[in-house]
Design a protein around this ligand. Structure first.
Ligand code: ZN
Ligand code: ZN
Length: 143
């Protein structure tokens, strides 16, 4: 288990209020290293419907392939990698995972987050928060 503040990954701790944790298993085969991890993080987002901020727990699997720096790979081999995989070179001793973790997390953040699936948002007429009950406009409307 690796745990560290979001700032260590270059992420804002306003948007990532909890420490970012990840579990890794590493397979080594000769010069090649494959690290498989699961990242646990909490993103603080603003609901697009009601505009309130809320925390969204994310669990993101990530696979990092590393090879000794400078050894090179043929492009067609890289094309075989799955979309969610990442290729990195390492210095023979250590695989730098921070950048992969950061990218994987940012990809996982929804473009239009809502605090819950049935968030009713704000009334377009009076701005009341409809999660807390009808504002009165609904009864007047023709719909
Ligand atoms: Zn909402
Ligand atoms: Zn209203």
């Amino acid at each position: 288990m690796v745990e560290g503040p979001a700032a260590d990954l270059g992420l804002s701790d306003g948007e990532w209020p909890e420490p970012i944790r990840s579990d890794w298993s590493v397979d080594r085969s000769g010069e090649q290293v494959t690290a498989r991890g699961e990242i646990h993080a909490t993103a603080r987002l603003d609901c697009v419907r009601c505009l309130k901020s809320f925390d969204l727990a994310l669990e993101v699997p990530v696979v990092v392939h590393a090879d000794r720096a400078g050894r090179g790979r043929h492009p067609e081999q890289e094309g075989d990698l799955e979309r969610d995989d990442y290729m990195r070179f390492h210095d023979g001793r250590q695989v730098e995972l921070g950048e992969d973790v950061r990218e994987a997390l940012l990809l996982e953040v929804p473009m239009a987050p809502s605090c819950r699936v049935d968030c009713r948002g704000l009334c377009p007429r009076c701005g009341a928060e409809l999660n807390e009950g009808p504002c009165g406009c609904a009864t007047e409307s023709r719909a």
